[in-house]
Design a protein around this ligand. Structure first.
Ligand code: ATP
Ligand code: MG
Length: 354
């Protein structure tokens, strides 16, 4: 068992289903704390639409300061249709906090269990057993390049520095060493200069620092196709900001529900930010309908990546798998469980494991 410690977690419930799903993950963490003797202290702060309503800004200074000083940050979701078309938007809070925390790698795992493979849009024999992890670079590329516009033309600049590529590459190779030892680096090196720099840099870091990991390069168009035909071929996928955005949405539907999928955003040191990949889901907010598993598995990623609590993270993942295997699922997967009951089933499964 790991040594006992105290962890200071900032919780940003945010909007829509955010408060319900973060509450669920906090209950699971508290249960694990009781079992393993850790203290998880939670401090809630405002972000997104909830913060605009209360303070006029989507990221109050005190939220920013608390996140930077925390051991880790757990986020629900931001976004509310009532701000559509308004100059101040909830999503700006998330973009700003990622920047102030220095987060440069966004991790999105996908595992397709036998219990849920029939919910996938892909044939069961193709998708079952898929276990992959996307590393998306978060600070560079076309998202942050200069934009110009005239009446008859427009331009978006795509820029990457070697340093930006190196740091996310190292993170992806380190993760692959702990998994099945394979990295697929995705680029568009037949067209883009940034992709040629990407490919050269990944190749060099591989040769110098991670020769025991298998590296393959793929063009993004070919990877998009291959992901549908043979998703099981992938272990770690490493890619730049926009390709990562597009591929991770493609990958998110393979598992059967967006409500299942967690994510982590990491910097070099300092706290990580952990959140489900789904949005605020205003259509089901406040009705005990949200699947809490994406957020609960995000808490497991926090335990593993920020606190090095492997056994504790494994317990959460085993409990989620056990609940799914017993066919207890929420409405998004065709079941009956509400948020509350699903959370309780997972907590009971954790207690049953110990
Ligand atoms: P945003 O702009 O915040 O990303 P969105 O509408 O693009 O919002 P989501 O909020 O992720 O995306 O919702 C997409 C669909 O998936 C909605 O129908 C929503 O109800 C459903 N959904 C999202 N999260 C969950 C969840 N945790 N459990 C069940 N259904 C969910
Ligand atoms: Mg969305």
């Amino acid at each position: 068992m790991s040594e006992k410690r105290n962890f200071n977690i900032v919780v940003l419930p945010g909007d829509g289903v955010g408060p319900e799903v973060t509450k669920a993950a906090q209950r699971v963490l508290t249960c694990l704390g009781d079992i393993y003797g850790h203290t998880f202290s939670f401090t809630e702060h405002l972000i997104g639409g909830a913060a605009i309503d209360a303070t006029g800004t989507p990221l109050p200074k005190e939220t920013e300061a608390a996140c930077v000083a925390a051991d880790a940050v757990l986020l629900g979701a931001v976004g509310d249709p009532k701000y559509d078309g308004k100059p101040v938007r909830p999503e700006q809070g998330l973009l700003t906090i990622r920047k102030s925390m220095g987060l440069f790698a966004n991790l999105r795992p996908l595992q397709v269990s036998p219990a849920l493979s029939h919910r996938s849009p892909l044939k069961r024999e193709i998708v079952e057993g898929t276990d992959l992890l996307v590393f998306r670079e978060l600070t560079g590329g076309v998202y942050f390049g200069e934009r110009t516009r005239t009446d008859t033309s427009a331009s978006d600049l795509c820029t990457y520095t070697v340093e930006e590529i190196e740091r996310v590459t190292r993170a992806a190779f380190k993760a692959a060493e702990q998994r099945r030892g394979k990295v697929t680096s995705v680029d568009k090196a037949n067209v883009m200069e940034t992709s040629r720099l990407w490919r050269e840099t990944v190749t060099r870091i591989h040769a110098e620092e991670f020769p025991n990991v298998t590296l393959e390069h793929a063009l993004v168009d070919s990877a998009a196709m291959h992901l549908i035909l043979r998703p099981r071929d992938y272990d770690v996928i490493l890619t730049e900001n926009m390709f990562g955005d597009i591929l991770s949405d493609e990958i998110s539907v393979l598992g059967g529900s967006i409500g299942l999928l967690p994510s982590a955003s990491l910097g070099s040191d300092g706290p990580g930010l952990f959140e489900p990949i789904h949005g605020s889901a205003p259509d089901i907010a406040g009705q005990d309908k949200a699947n809490p598993i994406g957020t609960i598995l995000s808490a497991a990623m926090m335990l593993r990546h920020s606190f090095q609590l492997e056994d504790e993270a494994d317990s959460i993942e085993a409990a989620v798998a056990a609940v799914q295997a017993s066919n207890q699922v929420t409405r998004d997967l065709g079941g009956e469980l509400g948020t509350e009951a699903a959370t309780r089933a997972i907590i009971d499964a954790i207690r049953a494991i110990h």
